[in-house]
Design a protein around this ligand. Sequence first.
Ligand SMILES: C[S@@+](CC[C@H](N)C(=O)[O-])C[C@H]1O[C@@H](n2cnc3c(N)ncnc32)[C@H](O)[C@@H]1O
Length: 292
Amino acid sequence: MTIVVSKPRYPTVVLYVQADEVEQLGADLFDLGATGVEQRDATTMDRSAHESAVELVAHFPDVELARAAQRLLPEGVGAQLSFVIGDDWKHRWREFFRPTRVGARFVIRPPWEEAETEPGDHVITIDPGLAFGTGTHETTRLVIAEIERLADAGAATRTVLDVGCGSGILSIAAGLLGAERLVAIDIDPIAARVAVENGIVNGATIEASTTPVQAVEGTFDLVLANIRSPILIPMAAALLERTGQHLVLSGLLLEERVEVREAFDPRFEFVHESTEGQWLALTYRRGAIPAS
Ligand SMILES: C[S@@+](CC[C@H](N)C(=O)[O-])C[C@H]1O[C@@H](n2cnc3c(N)ncnc32)[C@H](O)[C@@H]1O
C-alpha cells in the first residue's frame, strides 16, 4: 500500500510593481489581510520573475481573503492568485534577521544569534514566529526610539497599552525602560500568543489578547499604535479615551501626514514627529500641558 502525504498549500497573491510603489502597495496588502509580504528584486535571494519590476508575494491566511484582495487591488498590478506548497518558506526569512541596534540603547536579536552589546544596552530577544515585529522595520524602530525619548524626558510610562502588538516588541521595550503594566492587543490571535511568549523570554509580563481597543478598560500613561492609517484614523476616539498621557502613532507613510494629523490634532496636543525613510511616527499628549 502506498501512503501519499500531501503537503499544505498556502494561498498567495503575486503582483509586479515599480520600486517607488512598493511601500504603498505593501501596506495596502497588509490592510487587505496579508500576514506577510515578501519583496523580490535584484538584491534578494529570490529574484523577481520580471527584471524591470519588483515582485511582491503576499501570504494570506485563507484563499477567500486572497481572492478578495486580488479583486480589490488596482487592475494595473496584475495580481495573480498562486499557492506555495510545503512549509519551507515560513522559516527562510530567519536567514535575514540579524542583531540590530535601535534607538540609542536597544539591541534586538533573534534567539539563534548572539549580539555585540555595550554597557547600558537593553537587549531584546525576539522570535516573531508568524507575527510582525523583528525590530528591523522602520515603523517599529521609530516607536522604540520614541519610547526611549519619552522615558529620558521623564514622561510617565508606568502603564502601557500596545495596540497592534505583533511580536510584542514594543511592550518589551517599554518594560525594559521600567513600565510596570503592559497590556497588548492585536486582532491576530497568533500575535497575542507570540507576544506573551516573547514577553516571558525577555522577563516581561505582557497581558496580551484580541480585545478590541474600544473594549479595553482604563487609561494608560503611554499608548503605542504601529498600525496603518486606514485602521488608525477610525480608532482616534477610542485611543483618546485610553491615553493617560502620551500616544505614539506609527505605520504612517509621509504622504499620509496631513490626513492623520487632521484626525488626531483636534483631539490631542501634538508633541513630536520623527521619520525614517518613507515612514512617519507622530507623538501626541493628552491634556493642556504646553508641548515641549
Ligand atoms: C505593523 S504591525 C506592528 C507590530 C509591532 N507592534 C511592531 O511595532 O513591530 C501591525 C499589527 O497590528 C495588528 N492590527 C491590525 N489591525 C488591528 C486592529 N484593528 N486592532 C488591533 N490590532 C490590529 C496586525 O495584526 C499587526 O500585528
